[in-house]
Write a protein that binds this ligand. Structure first.
Ligand code: NAD
Length: 394
């Protein structure tokens, strides 16, 4: 999988070299500039450096908490591409697995913890940040224990199962005077940043609507999907897991908070996967500017990760929009569809470094706890709208 990613990166690097348009995104995630397709190689200036004035060698130490599929396949390999972050500790209930990864990543075995002695991280000055990559129902406990161990916290999406848990996480980080960031990788990913910039700069005309669809088949034979069928560990169904990307897209593309919500849910009757959690959720958000967002979320159809933005002058399509790599962005204008070539970057390394940079510069990260809390609040209102059949005012 990573081989094809590398190939794709070098294809895009060649496109860039050949003078095709691209958008550069700094380590901080900020868009730095856009080169129009007509620019030649000679005209293409290098991206201005936005590196903060920190010692170049300074890297914060990170502990990954939970060595499951996402942690081992995406996050741990991405530290190799980080500029401000290094992987120095592992937390797992499976000692043999942790030792195997410790050898692979050159981690000292004294820096392997389990879920009981996790709190002893407090005495380990090599670890600055804990990255919680556990089932959703455990995010609150391990984020709070991490903050109490005086570590900064990165927590996977969704932030937690309930609004109360989210608030307790925010309070614990504040009390410990530590940063809390929610790992909304799409908000650090160059194609999504380009879409936000195009939508909010008026380049599509006046925004009218957004659609976003996220779906995948929930596989009961995949160990990573077993806990997703258990409401206590998952918090909700497809909405909590992947519909959250549709909700996020509607919010970050418009830059607004919804004023009103309507929704439907549906689960195939008798399907054992959906005894506790829902299969499908379709929801509509009305934003104060008048933009309407139609969003879908499903555990019942094959892989879909798409965002469309409808402006009065042009329509933007991002498909795939929120994959791990190989995104595509098109603009439809005057019946012509043009692909935009944007430099692909490792979004995981960008988001990890964003938190390290925020800690080093003592700045609030772009996706702090309150961003995660807002999504959990809204997802609960989406369920309420579906349950009652009534529009819900936010
Ligand atoms: P996974 O099942 O592969 O990993 C979960 C890990 O938690 C496993 O190592 C498991 O052993 C451990 N664990 C500890 N206590 C457990 C318990 N009581 N029950 C079950 N497992 C327990 O799942 P995953 O797909 O890696 O997801 C982990 C988290 O990462 C979730 O919050 C998920 O939403 C998030 N995630 C994010 C992305 C993204 O793109 N940002 C992608 C996938 C997953």
């Amino acid at each position: 999988m990573f081989d094809s990613f590398r190939k794709e990166l070098s294809r895009r690097h060649l496109l860039h070299k050949a003078g095709f348009g691209f958008m550069a995104v700094g380590v901080s995630g900020a868009i730095e500039y856009i080169i129009k397709p007509s620019r030649t190689l000679a005209q293409a200036a290098p991206a201005p450096s936005k590196e903060p004035s920190l010692p170049p060698e300074k890297k914060l130490g990170w502990a990954v908490v939970g060595l499951g599929k996402f942690a081992t396949e995406q996050i741990m390999p991405s530290f190799a591409e980080c500029k401000r972050s290094k992987l120095v500790a592992l937390v797992s209930g499976d000692r043999a697995k942790a030792e195997k990864y410790a050898r692979q990543y050159g981690i000292n075995s004294k820096n392997i913890y389990d879920y009981q002695n996790y709190d002893n991280l407090r005495n380990n000055p090599e670890v600055d940040v804990v990255y919680i990559i556990l089932p959703n129902g455990l995010h609150a406990e391990y984020s709070i224990r991490g903050a109490q161990a005086l570590k900064h916290v990165m927590c996977e999406k969704p932030m937690a199962n309930t609004v109360e848990e989210c608030q307790a996480m925010i309070d614990a980080a504040k009390k410990a005077n530590r940063k809390l960031m929610i790992a909304y990788r799409a908000q650090y990913e160059p194609y999504n940043l380009a879409a936000i910039q195009l939508a909010q700069s008026g380049k599509l005309g006046k925004l009218k609507a957004v659609t976003s669809d996220h779906g995948r088949i929930l596989d009961p034979k995949d160990p990573a999907d077993v806990w997703r069928m258990d409401k206590k560990l998952a918090g909700g169904g497809s909405l909590y897991d992947i519909g959250i990307y549709s909700l996020q897209a509607a919010r970050y593309i418009t830059g607004e908070e919804p004023a009103e919500i309507s929704a439907f849910t549906y689960s195939t009757p008798g399907d054992p996967r959906f005894r506790q959690v829902e299969e499908n959720v379709n929801f509509t958000l009305r934003f104060p500017s008048g933009v309407l967002a139609n969003c879908t979320s499903s555990y019942g159809y094959s892989s879909t990760k798409r965002i469309q933005v409808f402006g009065s002058d042009a329509v933007l399509e991002l498909d795939p929009a929120t994959d791990y790599y190989q995104h595509r962005l098109y603009i439809n204008r005057n019946n012509r569809r043009e692909e935009q070539n944007i430099e692909e970057k490792n979004q995981f390394a960008l988001e990890i470094d964003h938190l390290s940079e925020s800690i080093l510069a003592n700045k609030q990260p772009k996706t702090p706890g309150k961003e995660g809390l807002q999504d959990v609040k809204l997802m609960n209102l989406i369920y309420q709208a579906a349950r009652t059949g009534e529009k819900v005012k936010v």
